[in-house]
Design a protein around this ligand. Structure first.
Ligand SMILES: Cc1ncc(COP(=O)(O)O)c(C=O)c1O
Length: 409
């Protein structure tokens, strides 16, 4: 039976590599379209590109194109290049680590005493890559629900001294349950902390099936991490998007790599002069993955041609997730016991794209109510050509909650 003629046609023309398979790990990485791969191959075969750090004609063509793609990628998120810069990195995790490294060095420079700790807050739905930042903080706090965040913002609950630099990080969407978190926190935190607490939105999961709207710099997070392969399937690069008004926090990084400095003395002294032209010049170490960045250029165009907009993807995937959820939740064994336990967040609701992404987290039980190990279910599905993701999903707090609920059932 055909689901939707347009979708069937698209599958045939662009996703022949999906034939006979059901790929459900879009949150891990999505699928690349055939046109993207073909146009990229054609681009490389018909042009000569050199290392953007060199001065030859092929190199300067490459350098200019990298700059143009940077602006195009910002515009994909509605971000005006006057207010934002975009740093190409290998993935969302690298973007988060870059913020951590810079904040640490900023605080050390500010304190002049080598003390480099900062206050760090993170929401319980955060991915491991966000949680790990706490290892470089002087103090950290895990906010275990939205109310704690709201109270902290509204009542000004003291979590750190007002002159201490703070960083609050949260995911746009939980990679485990798919619930989407409040887009309003960043602006309100900035106001309530007099600008000393900066915000990091981990949009790696959100941006897969939702518009990431950075059109209002006053309302947007200071730093945003994304992985492009989760949006377009290819190329495997990511980005750190920086609100320029918060850019100073990233300008005291001690490490310098090739491409980020104008002059360095290595013999008879240890001074260097950092490039000061732009944030990306200062933070992109070594040769960028420039060919992958050209693939991103093509990926954005192909994506718009095939899917029109992220808003359209968001409403289509919200429909699919809601349909699947409604059907899964009623599955029972013959003796009436539930086959599945689906993990949802009270604050969320399937079918509402502002609250919920297209992810369903569940466990499977026997008719006696015994948990069937998720790896076993994953293997069974895999044998049938159905590709899902199992395990703790790099989401320690949420999956701890799940194992706690297991014991009660
Ligand atoms: C919310 C979230 N943050 C961060 C990551 C890490 O992304 P990457 O492996 O591309 O760095 C993921 C990966 O699934 C994610 O879903």
């Amino acid at each position: 039976m055909s689901y939707n003629l347009d979708v069937e046609t698209l599958r045939d023309s662009e996703y022949g590599h999906l034939n006979g398979k059901t790929y459900l790990d879009h949150g891990g990485t999505t699928l690349y379209a055939k046109s993207l791969v073909q146009e990229f191959a054609q681009d490389l075969l018909s042009n000569l590109y050199g290392n953007p750090h060199s001065a030859s004609t092929p190199s300067s063509i490459a350098g200019h194109r990298v700059d143009a793609v940077r602006i195009k990628a910002l515009r994909f998120f509605g971000a005006d290049p006057e207010h934002y810069d975009l740093i190409f990195v290998s993935n969302a995790t690298a973007a988060i680590k870059l913020v951590m490294e810079c904040v640490k060095d900023y605080v050390a420079h500010e304190n002049k005493n080598g003390k480099n700790g900062f206050w760090y807050g993170y929401h319980k739905d955060a991915h491991n890559s966000v949680v790990g930042v706490r290892e470089h903080a002087t103090t950290s706090r895990c906010f275990i629900n939205d109310d704690e965040v709201e109270d902290w913002i509204r009542l000004g609950t003291t979590v750190h001294s007002r002159d201490e630099v703070g960083l609050f990080a949260y995911p746009g969407q939980s990679n485990m349950t798919g619930r989407r978190l409040s887009p309003s926190w960043s602006a309100r935190i900035r106001e309530s902390s007099h600008g000393r607490t900066f915000t990091l939105l981990d949009a790696a999961a959100l941006a897969t099936t939702s518009p990431l709207d950075l059109s209002d710099p006053a309302a947007s997070p200071d730093f945003v991490s994304v992985s492009f392969y989760k949006i377009f399937g290819f190329p495997d690069v990511g980005a750190l998007i920086i609100r320029k008004a918060a850019g100073h926090l990233l300008q005291r990084r001690r490490y310098f790599g090739g491409g980020t400095i104008d002059m360095v003395i290595a013999i008879g002294g240890t001074s260097h002069v950092k490039r000061d032209s732009s944030l990306h010049d200062q933070l992109e170490d070594g040769t960028l993955p420039f060919l992958s960045i050209f693939a991103l250029d093509i990926a954005i165009d192909v994506h718009a041609r095939l899917f029109t907009s992220m808003a359209r993807i968001s409403s289509h995937t919200a429909f699919l997730a809601s349909y699947l959820y409604d059907n899964l939740q009623h599955l029972h064994h013959e003796n009436g016991s539930s086959l599945l336990r689906i993990y949802t967040d009270d604050a969320s609701s399937y079918g509402k794209p502002t609250l919920q992404g297209a992810t369903i987290a569940f466990n499977v039980y026997t008719s006696e109510g015994k948990l069937i190990p998720c790896q076993f279910i994953e293997k069974l599905a895999d044998n049938e050509g159905i590709y899902i993701r199992s395990g703790s999903l790099c989401n320690p707090v949420a999956s701890r909650h799940i194992s706690a609920t297991h014991h009660r059932t």
